[in-house]
Design a protein around this ligand. Structure first.
Ligand code: HEM
Length: 413
């Protein structure tokens, strides 16, 4: 049988060209080359159609999330995958190794557990808005979107929430500042500090456990053994980092959209009971995580395209979320879109463990903002978008103006 020859494309999701043209490219790839091959970063397959993205994420025997750290072809869930220093935790594991951690942690992220966290999330959002409400001007990224997910996860981990700046900022900057940027050494130094502090918390929790998620991880025996300190630190960093810049990008795109589409903002204010569907459309339309990678473990097919053992594969979520085979009129932003089965949280066994938590954080943040700063206006000429949107479409600065109001919460976070 004749082998289908690959369509070779010029695709680099970290390039300035991609940052400018990714929506247009997503449409082109869906229709012209749904499984294409690029030479970037040693070569990988770019998978665009919804059905193909799902089939890659579903088939964990064929497509591994694992990372061999230079001792094999597997390079984890990110392209380029040459991450140094720390493992990606259970996000970059397969089979039993992944399942034992995931199963143990699932109860902390269940709908019921997250509902119990909501009063604290409200308290944190109120506190953050209180810090700026009297000024009439703030920066959405630095004052709201970066801190809130960090505060919420630190509280779950049992780390004092007033440490949030030391955790949220380095993780945000590690995504926002490209490796070639002159500011990168400063960001790397901040990340190093973060790792040291997290390791210190892991040691403290093991020695003197409390009633929190990190103490649980530090003292739970997996297959009869405690996690070693390096792995424990990696899992703690994953749990923290998984939610910070992803949520920031989702919140920032929502905020900017509402500032530039006042009719949508007015509608959300008038229809608080319909915000849940709107929230999912912001997730689909703006796709906060651009895509995720896998490594093919044996020869096989993606659609009708043969791929080989060891090939790297990029499941590109953005076109999948705009695939007309699944989403009617996909380029239309429809806040009441029904059956919105987007892949923004991934799919299958690695689907985001923090999905419900992130949804509740979004609800709380936008309830707070629409109630207390309903006339906010983003300063578009001072808003700064990431140079690379390879991990997701984010912003480093988003100043905005609003009518000042009174503080309403306690002085302490
Ligand atoms: C808008 C917010 C978020 C988005 C868009 C997002 C996106 C994703 C995606 C796409 C995956 C799948 C990765 C893969 O298949 O390789 C994932 C996994 C994960 N996410 Fe999230 N995430 C968000 C919020 C959070 C939060 C709030 C947390 C924790 C507090 C979190 C922690 C994790 C973890 C630990 C994993 C690994 C799960 C596994 O491998 O079993 N995420 N996330």
């Amino acid at each position: 049988m004749a082998q289908k020859s690959p369509t070779i494309v010029d695709f680099d999701h970290h390039s300035p060209d991609f940052a400018q043209r990714n929506r247009e490219m997503a449409r082109e790839f869906l229709t012209e080359c749904p499984v294409a091959r690029t030479d970037a970063y040693g070569g990988f397959w770019v998978v665009s159609r919804y059905a193909d993205v799902l089939s890659v994420l579903r088939d964990t025997e064929m497509f591994s999330s694992g990372h061999d750290h230079g001792n094999g072809p597997r390079e984890g869930g990110v392209i380029p995958g040459g991450k140094v220093g720390l493992s990606g935790g259970f996000a970059e594991m397969d089979g039993h190794e992944h399942a034992r951690l995931r199963t143990a942690l699932n109860p902390y992220f269940s709908t019921k557990a997250v509902a119990a966290l909501k009063p604290d999330i409200v308290k944190s959002a109120t506190w953050l808005v209180d810090q700026v409400i009297e000024r009439g001007v703030a920066d959405f990224i630095h004052d709201i979107a970066a801190p809130i997910p960090g505060i919420v996860t630190l509280r779950m981990l049992g780390i004092p929430v007033d440490r949030f700046e030391n955790f949220s900022l380095p993780i945000h900057l590690s995504v926002a500042v490209p490796p070639t940027d002159p500011d990168r050494p400063r960001v790397n130094a901040m990340l190093k500090e973060l790792l040291l502090e997290m390791r210190d918390w892991c040691e403290r929790k093991r020695a003197d456990p409390g009633d929190d998620m990190l103490s649980f991880l530090a003292t739970h025996e997996f297959d009869g053994e405690l996690l070693d300190m390096e792995e424990l630190t990696a899992e703690a960093v994953l749990l923290l980092a998984g939610g910070i810049d992803t949520s920031l990008r989702w919140f920032a795109n929502t905020f900017l959209h509402l500032s530039t589409h006042p009719e949508d903002r007015d509608w959300l204010i008038a229809n608080p009971d319909k915000r849940a569907l709107a929230r999912e459309e912001f997730l689909r339309y703006y796709t906060p995580a651009t895509g995720k990678a896998r490594t093919a473990m044996h020869d096989g097919l993606i659609g009708d395209q043969p791929v080989k053992a060891g090939d790297r594969v990029y499941a590109w979520f953005q076109p999948a979320n705009h695939d007309p085979a699944v989403f009617a009129d996909p380029e239309r932003f429809d806040m009441q879109r029904a059956k919105n089965l987007h892949v923004s949280f991934g799919f299958g066994v690695h689907r985001c463990i923090g999905a419900r938590l992130a949804q509740v954080e979004w609800d709380v943040v936008f309830d707070e903002i629409l109630a207390r700063m309903p006339d906010f206006q983003v300063r578009l000429d001072e808003t700064v978008r990431y140079a690379s949107v390879g991990q997701g479409p984010g912003y480093t600065a988003m100043p905005f103006d609003f009518t000042p109001g009174p503080r309403i919460g306690p002085a302490e976070l």
